[in-house]
Design a protein around this ligand. Structure first.
Ligand code: FAD
Ligand code: NAD
Length: 473
């Protein structure tokens, strides 16, 4: 006997679980199927984000930042640790696991609260059914009038160097090392490479990142990327750009990476562990998409239109398994919008105002267009920036690296992009997102009262800088 639902969501990551909750709020009968297993074999809802992504990486970034502060910055505040701080890596990893579990259990609680039926196991299409689609989960047969595919993504391996999670690590292994490696290699200086490289460098590893592209952080505003490169180099992160990895060999001692550097010379990097963070691939293998003829695109993502409609009627797909940035908040927004569309409402995702944050120190955050994008589009703009070095709160914090930068239309003054590098910009960027959603001008931000002393005053001053009238510089 099959169980029928208005909506069956396959995948319980930030895209899937949020879609399930929103659909339930709108009065639909909803099931969510997720196969992730915790260390006890039980369900571990929240997908990559909760288990091996956003949440555990931020837990380790916090622990390692405290460690770095204790050893390098406490003294200037007069706090003296005579023997220096030491790190108990096992305890740090244990804390991270607790944080993950709190989030897993929180989602199970939310499912109960919202009456979402949860099925633990792999969900796959078994065929079409009267009034929808058959979804098989182990021995259970479900029928969904609508199906939302939210199966996420997995780390991409280098050809010929599969992840063993001992020496060649994906994000899973990078978040679970029980000792600090002496030498850590990282392939790919993207978001994961920089965040994970920062964690292990702060704890004492010598970290080298090998990046294929000639430009550092090519998606970020070039001025911000240059600032970031300087700051990371000062911290001791070695970043080599424009390299080609020729081979990876594991031996008794560790890992040897053969590569060609930007000048064409053959080089070798010997390390104890190697993190490979060169992007992620969509999880579609377990879906049995062929059973119903669900179309994938040429890169293996579920093919969708701009409303997340897949190639079959009443089948939708969201999050990392479809085009667009692989970000948890993008997955969530798509989940909400799809649930609302199924309910006959007009769900909406504004792809122009999705913020990006890199949780290194300094943090990097941006929304909207970069200066190089505006230039290549031939758009006339005005730029204004303000350094944290001139911000009182940043000085009191003892962290004055970086700046806030505004880009506004030359004629209308509408904000086109805001780019930040510095302390707590992961939080500051929200003001810029709100402003852009309301199509504010830089003058609007410049005229709004910001608390003193606060880092947010740098945002106001950068907006004033667009009109060349900063007050504190
Ligand atoms: P996922 O979170 O991948 O969830 C998909 C779920 O579906 C998984 O539980 C999977 O097991 C399950 N599943 C797959 N196939 C099936 C099947 N057939 N049946 C049942 N279940 C199935 N993004 C941010 O915005 N901020 C960050 O700080 C951030 N940090 C990150 C750090 C790391 C190290 C990594 C790897 C990623 C990070 N991301 C971050 C990206 C973020 O994790 C993803 O964008 C987000 O998890 C995508 O959500 P999703 O719901 O689409 O997929
Ligand atoms: P990424 O796309 O951020 O970076 C991958 C990097 O690897 C790129 O710079 C790319 O040029 C480089 N690369 C690709 N192939 C290479 C090769 N053969 N040799 C050397 N370099 C190579 O991807 P990621 O860091 O793996 O992260 C995956 C996804 O997870 C990202 O899309 C990101 O959005 C998401 N994520 C987000 C956050 C965050 O929001 N703070 C944190 C971590 C991950």
């Amino acid at each position: 006997m099959s169980k029928s639902f208005d909506v069956v969501v396959i995948g319980g990551g930030p895209g899937g679980y949020i879609a399930a909750i929103r659909a339930a709020q709108l009065g639909m009968a909803v099931a969510c199927v997720d196969e992730w297993k915790g260390s006890d074999g039980g369900p571990a809802l929240g997908g990559t984000c909760t288990n091996t992504g956003c949440i555990p990486s931020k837990a380790l970034l916090q622990s390692s930042e405290f460690f770095e502060h204790a050893n390098h910055h406490f003294a200037e505040h007069g706090i003296v640790l005579d023997k220096g701080a030491t790190i108990d890596v096992a305890r740090m990893i244990g804390r991270k696991e607790k944080v993950v579990k709190q989030n897993n259990d929180g989602i199970l609680f939310l499912f109960k609260k919202n009456k979402v039926s949860f099925f633990h196991g792999r969900g796959s299409f078994a065929g079409k059914a009267d009034g929808g689609y058959q979804i098989r989960v182990g021995d259970e047969a479900l029928v969904g009038r609508h199906v939302i595919v939210a199966t996420g993504s997995s780390a991409r391996a280098l050809p010929g160097a599969p992840f063993d999670e001992e020496k060649i690590l994906s994000n899973d292994g990078a978040l679970a090392m029980t000792a600090v490696p002496k030498k850590l290699g990282v392939i790919g200086a993207g978001v994961i490479g920089l965040e994970m490289g920062s964690v292990w460098r702060r704890l004492g590893a010598e970290v080298t990142l090998l990046e294929a592209l000639p430009d550092f952080l090519a998606a970020a505003d070039a001025q911000i990327a240059r600032e970031a490169m300087k700051a990371f180099n000062r911290q001791g992160l070695k970043i080599e750009l424009g390299v080609r990895v020729d081979g990876v060999k594991v031996d008794g001692k560790g890992v040897a990476v053969a590569y060609t550097d930007a000048k064409g010379a053959t080089q070798k990097l010997a390390c104890d562990r190697l993190i490979v963070s060169i992007g992620r691939l969509p999880n579609t293998g377990g879906l049995n998409a062929e059973a119903v003829g669900l179309q994938l695109d040429e890169r293996g993502f579920v093919a969708v239109d701009d409303q997340c409609r897949a190639s079959l009627p009443d089948v939708w797909a969201i999050g990392d398994v479809v085009r667009g940035p692989m970000l948890a908040h993008k997955a969530e927004e798509e989940g909400v919008a799809v649930a609302e569309r199924i309910a006959g409402q007009h769900g909406h995702v504004n792809f122009n105002t999705i913020p990006w944050v890199i949780y290194t120190s300094p943090e990097i955050a941006w929304v909207g267009q970069t200066e190089q994008q505006l230039k290549s589009a031939g758009r006339a703009y005005r730029a204004g920036s303000f350094p944290f070095a001139a911000n009182g709160r940043a000085r009191a914090l003892g962290d004055t690296t970086g700046m806030v930068k505004f880009l506004a239309d030359a004629a209308t003054d509408e904000i086109l992009g805001v780019h930040m590098i510095g302390p707590q910009v992961s939080e500051l960027i929200s003001e810029a997102v709100v402003a852009m959603e309301f199509r504010a001008s830089s003058e609007d931000i410049a005229r709004i009262c910001h608390a003193h002393p606060s880092l947010s005053e740098a945002t106001k001053e950068a907006a004033l800088a667009v009109d060349k009238r900063t007050l504190n510089l």
